[in-house]
Design a protein around this ligand. Structure first.
Ligand code: DC
Length: 226
């Protein structure tokens, strides 16, 4: 492993990345970074400005001036637009779809990747996203690509949303959102969602998160032995 430990966890929406990455970071006593939150903050800013999240030209202009940052707090990560903590505003269905749209714009990705690399350069981290192993930290000590069936991912995301108090959304809406984002995230030209060549692919369908964390820990032990 490098001087700064970096574990990259990529995969589609609802594959369990954030829960698993957070648990892993806790076990290892290192920082967990959710890069999706940054794309969600960009989408929120676009919606607030009345910009269509598919309008590349306007998004390119916007992202040049928008001030996005991540702060590490005792409760985990907080994403800021300027001085405003927007963590509680970025988990709506509109922002989910918008984040996948803005993430297809190369200028948006360029700025987010720079910010993410800055964080990875100064902290030992578990970072989750779509392009962490392929673009953000291609020399990460361990790369994991998590996947699961669409149906299971939809059920998990639906449960998460319900537990967070969002009871207005239906399971079908969550599944539609996931299918839309899968296609969008996998087919964009710039750094599409795909496993890095050296990633360990884990299909988590039917596997409890604790067990997935253990499987990843085993991969880490193997690396340490090498
Ligand atoms: O992880 P998430 O569901 O919060 O991510 C929201 C969207 O952001 C996702 O549909 C695609 C995009 N994203 C990305 O393109 N690259 C990343 N590293 C993280 C997220």
């Amino acid at each position: 492993m490098d001087k700064k430990t970096a574990i990259a966890i990529d995969g589609p929406a609802g594959a369990g990345k954030s829960t698993i990455a957070r648990m892993l970071a806790e076990k290892l006593g290192i920082v967990y970074i959710d890069t999706g939150a940054m794309y969600r903050a960009v989408a929120l800013e676009a919606v607030r400005r009345g910009i269509d999240t598919k309008d590349r030209k306007k998004l390119e202009e916007m992202v040049r001036e928008v001030d996005i940052s991540i702060k590490l707090t005792g409760q985990g990560q907080a994403v800021f637009l300027g001085k405003e903590n927007v963590n509680h505003l970025i988990r709506t269905p509109e922002i989910s779809i918008g984040s996948s749209n803005v993430a297809a714009v190369p200028e948006v990705r360029k700025k987010m990747v720079e910010l993410q690399r800055e964080i990875a350069g100064t902290n030992s981290i578990v970072m989750d996203g779509r392009d962490i192993g392929t673009r953000v930290i291609p020399d990460a000590g361990l790369k994991i690509f998590l996947t699961a069936s669409v149906e299971e991912r939809a059920k998990r995301r639906y449960k998460e949303l319900n537990e967070a108090g969002n009871t207005s959304v239906t399971l079908q809406e969550v599944e539609d959102d996931i299918r839309y984002r899968d296609l969008n995230d996998m087919t964009r030209d710039c750094d599409p969602l795909r496993p890095a060549d050296d990633a360990k692919i884990l299909d988590t369908t039917g596997i409890p998160v604790e067990q997935v964390v253990e499987l990843i820990m085993e991969e880490l032990y193997k690396l340490m032995e090498d």
